[in-house]
Write a protein that binds this ligand. Structure first.
Ligand code: RIB
Length: 333
């Protein structure tokens, strides 16, 4: 059976040129393409199943690359992606990138060779050149949650800024006047947007001061450490809005260890809506993201792009919901 090398030899071109003609990835001089097609016909060359996959046929596999699968937010996101993909008979390959652009690059390089039909990344460290290269190779990609605003593809996330405003307004309505914010790493657009929402509302309060903000790392330990720093600066703070639920859980732990009653003395609100918030003591008020729906929508958009071969640059921001619980419950007057 003829191989791709036989075709290249007969057509007097490189294997890479034959591959480009088969895969339609780059433009090839029409005369050269004609020579290649003639050699394919003459040799009855049959690209194998793998090569056929590269020629734009579907392999039924998509890749989902998440930044931190230990954070319960991301498995919930994956569940939404997988349920939609599974209904369409697709297999999902899951990868963990630790929010490292180079690791994301290597995932793309390896998984492209495994002929995935498309990628969903929860990332804002993905390299723009990687997004652009996938576009050129007509491999669909959708960015989810932490997607870059500038990416040349579909980006889906929650309305983070409005969600933060909702959280701070709720704390004010519960009587808080000196509200601190534990914010996530500012390289994440989700964390930046939440800080802006916090500043927009808290900045109007008489007691507001930039020193009421402390950085965390979207995990429990950094939430605890942030509270320690905030209490040194502001022992009289009466509200804490944490930029995600894990940091809010850390805040609850730190307050408990100091014998500071929640919500009597300090009220606490998180962001994400992960299951853990239902079992903390007290149960945690949070801003719930439509995580499952976000994942499902990302999968649906990717599948549509795989089928249609088109790509749309669009930013979709989904509404979030305040879930009031005992960590902010106002005492009965
Ligand atoms: O908890 C992880 C955080 O990182 C979530 O808030 C999610 O939006 C992501 O940005």
């Amino acid at each position: 059976m003829a191989t791709i090398r036989d075709v290249a030899r007969l057509a007097g071109v490189s294997v890479a040129t034959v591959s480009r003609v088969i895969n339609k990835t780059d433009s090839v001089n029409p005369e050269t393409a004609g020579q290649v097609l003639k050699a394919i016909e003459q040799l009855q060359y049959e690209p194998n199943a793998v090569a056929r996959g590269l020629a734009g046929k579907k392999m039924g596999i998509i890749a989902l690359i998440l930044p931190d699968i230990l954070n319960p937010f991301f498995p919930a996101l994956a569940r939404g992606v997988e349920d939609v993909a599974h209904k369409k008979g697709l297999t999902v390959i899951l990868g963990n990138s630790d929010d490292q652009g180079l690791k994301e690059s290597s995932y793309i390089k390896v998984l492209k060779k495994k002929y995935v039909d498309g990628f969903i990344f929860a990332s804002n460290t993905i390299l723009e050149e990687d997004v652009e290269a996938l576009r050129k190779e007509q491999i669909p990609i959708v960015l989810l949650d932490r997607g870059l605003n500038t990416a040349s593809c579909a980006v889906i996330r929650s309305n983070n800024r409005e969600g933060s405003k909702l959280a701070v307004k709720h704390l004010v309505e519960q009587g808080c006047q000196k509200i601190a914010h534990i914010y996530g790493p500012q390289e994440f657009i989700t964390a930046r947007e939440r800080m802006l929402g916090y500043e927009e509302i808290a900045g109007r309060l008489r007691e507001y001061s930039p020193s009421l903000m402390e950085q965390g790392n979207f995990d429990i330990e950094s939430g605890q450490k942030a509270v320690e720093q905030l209490l040194v600066r502001h022992p009289d703070l009466d509200g804490i809005f944490a930029g995600n639920d894990l940091m809010a859980v850390g805040a609850l732990k730190a307050l408990h260890e100091r014998g500071i009653p929640v919500p009597e003395q300090v009220k606490v609100c998180g962001f994400d809506g992960i299951g853990l918030t239902e079992i903390t003591e007290p149960e945690l008020t949070t801003i719930a993201q439509p995580v499952y729906e976000m994942g499902g929508l990302a999968a649906q958009i990717l599948l549509d792009e795989i089928e249609s071969g088109t790509r749309e640059n669009k930013l979709i921001e989904l509404d979030v919901t305040l879930i009031p619980r005992k960590s902010t419950h106002k005492e009965e007057s």
